[in-house]
Design a protein around this ligand. Sequence first.
Ligand code: GCO
Ligand code: MN
Ligand code: MN
Length: 386
Amino acid sequence: MSDFTPKPKHKFTFGLWTVGNPGRDPFGEPTRLVVNPVDSVRRLAELGAYGVNLHDNDLVPFDASPAERDLIVKEFKKALKDTGMKVPMATTNLFTHPIFKDGAFTSNDPKVRAFATQKVMRSMDLGAELGAETYVFWGGREGTEVDASKSPLDALKWMRESLNFLNAYNLDQGYNFRLALEAKPNEPRGDIYLSTTGNMLAFIETLDHPENVGVNPEFAHETMANLNFTHHVAQAIDAGKLFHIDLNGQKPSRFDQDLRFGSEDQKGAFFLVKLLEDTGYDGPRHFDAHAYRSSDIEDVYNFAAGCMRSYLILKEKARQFNKDKEIQAILKQLRKGGDSPIATGYSKGAAEKLKAQDFDVEALTNRSLPYEQLDQLVVDLLLGVR
Ligand code: GCO
Ligand code: MN
Ligand code: MN
């Protein structure tokens, strides 16, 4: 029997906002007390997590004085030191305060855009002080309900302006964060700009310094848009841009549910974990999820333990998949043709040869694809009877 006990070497991280979520939703008041970040650090360390990530205001309230900020940061750093927990990622809250009601970097108002940029600089200072290596940008309010109000081209231009300015600040200060852009199709805005990981990948290439900008895809976000999350992550890996990842659970076509990782679409979660493990992704496995509103604080830690446990179970299943003789024999059979003649690239000779080649169209059409058999083997594996 495998050991599914999380350890720091597995690099599991949680946002302070995840285990600290008090159970508020658009229809109801909080069901739990707000948790002190120091308590979250201690409890997560006991469970075997590697670290916590934070928005500036998860730790330092929006209106804290400099002296209050310093005291809070000091106590937090002490908890990190005592437990050995890390803060690998930091980000900015550019969505809660009403000043961001019509966007931060993409507000029509240049003063709001400048204020948002200032807020990120200060938050980068905090992230650097805590030792973060990745800086996430999630533009929750960067979108519209009323397209008459804003040109989407201006919005992209303003987004680019802010990111270029902030990356220059990042490099100038010697912080050397890797910036990771997180896409989401909607919520809280009716439509959010740059709505998928693929959009982000294309946008990155228009920045001044694309080399240290990548993506932070989230399971729930592509799933909300009925897209295949694992395919998006694969594209990010292919581009060398998977800098960070947000793991959770989500039913397709719903509001953002942020469910416990592995609690929904276990097959989708399996292929995601398999992709991450097979390709040697070595960044944090970050859970951006929260416990059900009905949970009390003890159950919140059951939620946290469950996210990590499911990841490790799926990792073990991926190992079994790669070793399973029957599955591997089918895959080998499917790949027996090897490389196509075009794999070596174009030459006049290769083109002429290919033009002249005879194909047995009937045999190719009738080739056997035992996908029912293959998929059932995966189902057996995941359901634990293999
Ligand atoms: C959401 C997002 C956020 C971001 C976080 C980090 O849907 O609310 O996923 O949780 O990941 O703000 O930038
Ligand atoms: Mn989300
Ligand atoms: Mn997220």
